[in-house]
Design a protein around this ligand. Structure first.
Ligand code: GLN
Length: 406
């Protein structure tokens, strides 16, 4: 299904009564993050927070020590705007060793304040007002607002449950002469899909045939249980038209550190770095040093254990949700479960999500917030499982008690 969001046209300055009340039009067509709102609601009602994707277990000791050491060594002033050399070198090593991608440390890497800044900076740097950006839904909630901030038009392409599969024909339908970029998030939040070789090739073909840029969100690149993560930039003809976004938040369980990464061809990086510079100057210097240590020193064992830990957690939560009456399946990657609650309630996702938080003591993110038309996520709720097994078991007991109450 395709929808061209009415994001800009329906806003009229006449809605404003005075200059004091007026806010910029570009802010009118999106809301604050529902994910972070649900975290606030969870805190207020002492609910288990399965809404926002952050671990409730410690970051690796090695990283914490490295961060403390960097602070003590007085790496406390601005890093180079586009990133500390140690981190850029560690990152280039990673891309070469893991994906066979050659990345120039001096001209092609930008370190940002999290993947969030990365996506915003990239869109502001490459998308012009009036152009279109294709966003697949269900989506992680930032992409649409980022396009709107560029005064561009997000064009939504709905992937159908339960497969959430990308077909080339669907992509063909949404491309227009105004399409500037397509956003691809794999492993995917919230569906848990790891798009396969054929789906990625379809995206690559579309980008090349229609001269479109690809902007990827690969923040869960190390977290998958099936298939393989293949960066789109490694597909033939894609390196020069792909902007690869990732970060260390999820890989090292340090979501509060705000270390995002961008790999882009030099001519695009020049523009991205300018936007990044004026938005934030740079990401936290000592934390960049610590992430470099993490990349250099944590070996395959760390990644294997991280993935098996998440797999076990996912199994606990899928079972708990199914026992409570939700329909859901084990995700292929990332750490989210998009569950269908239609056997439990006819309520819309917002009403159900709030009631589950307030009365059931477990906070999800209402499914409606992952779609341009919330009705498409009417009976869905997203639960995260990047939590300790005990936290998930507690949530499971609460979910069963809630379901039993009817
Ligand atoms: N990516 C995480 C989520 O979807 C956290 C988002 C955030 O709050 N930055 O929950």
């Amino acid at each position: 299904m395709i929808s061209r969001s009415p994001s800009l046209e329906h806003i009229r300055p006449t809605q404003m009564s005075s200059n004091l009340q007026r806010t910029a039009r570009r802010t009118h067509s999106f809301t604050e993050s529902v994910i972070r709102e649900m975290t606030r609601v969870a805190r207020e009602h002492d609910a288990v927070n399965l809404a926002q994707g952050f671990p409730d277990f410690p970051a690796p000791e090695l990283l914490k020590e490295a961060a403390a050491a960097a602070v003590r060594a007085d790496i406390n002033q601005y890093a180079i705007t586009w990133g500390a050399p140690n981190l850029r070198h560690a990152l280039a090593d990673k891309y070469r060793e893991r994906y066979g991608m050659d990345v120039d440390t001096e001209t092609e890497i930008t370190i940002t304040c999290g993947g969030t800044e990365a996506m915003a900076a990239v869109m502001l740097a490459v998308v012009d007002p009036g152009e279109e950006v294709i966003v697949m839904e269900p989506f992680y909630e930032n992409y649409g607002p980022d396009a709107v901030l560029c005064e561009a038009q997000p064009v939504f392409l709905t992937l159908e449950a339960p497969e959430y599969r990308i077909e080339k024909a669907m992509l063909e339908e949404v491309v227009s002469s105004k399409t500037r970029a397509i956003v691809i998030n794999t492993p995917n939040n919230p569906t848990g899909r790891v798009f396969d070789q054929e789906e990625m090739q379809a995206i690559a073909d579309i980008c090349i045939e229609h001269d479109i840029l690809a902007i990827t969100d690969e923040i869960y690149e190390h977290i998958y249980y099936e298939g393989e993560h293949i960066p789109l930039a490694t597909f033939e003809g894609m390196r020069e038209r792909t902007i690869t976004i990732s970060g260390l938040s999820k890989t090292f369980s340090v979501t509060g550190w705000r270390i995002g990464t961008i790999i882009a061809p030099q001519h695009l990086s020049v523009a991205i770095r300018k936007v990044h510079d004026f938005l934030t100057v740079g990401a936290p210097a000592p934390l960049q040093e610590a992430c470099a240590v993490g990349l250099n020193e944590l070996g395959p064992d760390y990644y294997t254990k991280m993935v098996s830990g998440y797999k076990a957690r996912g199994e606990v939560l899928v079972k708990a949700l199914q026992e409570a009456g939700f329909k859901c399946q084990q995700p292929q990657g990332a750490y989210y479960i998009l569950a269908d609650f239609s056997d439990l309630s006819d309520e819309d996702s917002m009403t159900f999500g709030r009631r589950l938080t307030v009365e059931g003591g477990v906070a999800p993110v209402p499914g409606g917030s992952f779609f341009s038309d919330p009705a498409r996520g009417h009976s869905l709720a997203r639960f995260v499982f990047c939590k300790q097994i005990d936290t998930l078991r507690e949530a499971g007991e609460r979910l069963s008690a809630f379901a039993a109450q009817g």
